[in-house]
Design a protein around this ligand. Sequence first.
Ligand code: 5AD
Ligand code: SF4
Length: 478
Amino acid sequence: MNKPFDISLDSLGAGKAGSNIPAVRLAAEVSPDETRNPPAAAQDLKSFYLETFGCQMNDHDSEKVAGVLLGRGYHAVENPADAHLVLYNTCSIREKAAQKVFARIGDWKTISQNKVIGVLGCVAQQEGEEIFERAPWVSLVCGSASYRRLPELVAQIEAGGRRVMGLSLDTDETFETEFTRRDNPLRAYITIIEGCDYSCAYCVVPHTRGQERSRTSDSVIGEAQRLADAGYTEIQLLGQTVNSYRDPSPRGMNFTALLRAVAAVKGIRRVRFTTSHPNDFHREIVEAIDATPVLCDHVHLPVQSGSTPVLRAMKRTYTRDEYLEKISWIRSARRPISITSDFIVGFPGETEKDFEETLTLLDEAQYDSVFAFKYSPRPNTPAMSMPDAIPEEEKSRRLAILQDHQREIQTQRNEKMVGQAFEVLVDAFYERRGQWAGRTTSNRIINFPSTAPNLLGQYLPVKIVRGGPNSLAGEYVG
Ligand code: 5AD
Ligand code: SF4
């Protein structure tokens, strides 16, 4: 959860922390340990509990999964003990994320009678049938590339199926549902491309989410229009490599054309997109942002390392200089565009010199925020068997140095913002301190006081009065 007055390094940007809106989120996190399993008779067979781990793609997949279940007459409950169907939509990007999922599944070992426990998403795809061996109380295992089959799989469960599986990756279609439950009342997600055709040496995604496949532009624009009609003003386009989008329909739109088309939908005031791959980041994206105020002035452009040899070993398909050239396009735009990034420290073979190159890249790029991770070896990835592993303590040391360095950069950047006014979309209220929080188009969070009864969902001008390393404090200047 975000801390109300302390914007952590990772709260600005494209990751999950950046999308948390504590005051308006509906999902409850209750561990089965904290509850008791009710007797069979008390259980409603059409009740479900769905907990999501990982990225925004997973958050949105869960919204669609919930939509499928609601469409079949199910209803959501906030406490897993009250649910007949308990589902975990899982993440396996780093080992810790996967361990967390197994701990959660393990909670049900002795108390899963009368319940259907299901594992969805990346861990499901990665571990497959193994999950039934390790946790025989699980009866549904389904990877994200098979979600289109969910109604059929749920029907098998309803008919008493005990080991129901959806693990095929050879789908050439995307997951579209007639109904999507929207968990965030202010920002609506639209997946435009699923899977990934890159093969970064450290990454499980190509294995867990399969080949890249784009939705048709008609389908995306139609969804944006329906969201606008339903009152949404902010849309976030999603994809593992969102800017690799290629319209499969005869219209043949590229990513920039789609951006412009979604921004033109009447009623939409903000369009975001994440995550961009540097290889497919072209100048015309910056030109589109410059020319279209509805396109938010924020680009999340993960670099992973500042060292060309490490980038090569990671199979990132660009050099440090090529990446920095793209940063310079963004920095020379007519309106300031905030830039955020992802880093991995301690990739096998990363030398002290390589790491120093990452630090100098921070200086050159002047990011507004970064997410940084210690390299975590993952099954089915080429990096798993690479020599020269970096010891855990050394990875921790590098991570701390990187974060300290970036904190200084952010302090300077945030202090420079004092006195400037920005429009925020108010998305949270922190009762204890009487503070509201809103996001600028550049995805910065500004906290400001107001005694107004309800500002949620309003666009307001706020002037920055203080800027710390991780936070911006403002005042309403309406
Ligand atoms: N170890 C550490 N970090 C990873 N990421 C992806 N795979 C790994 C891994 N094996 C990070 C990358 C990516 C972000 C979503 O997660 O920085 O951009
Ligand atoms: Fe993973 Fe690389 Fe694809 Fe991103 S581009 S999802 S890091 S393989």
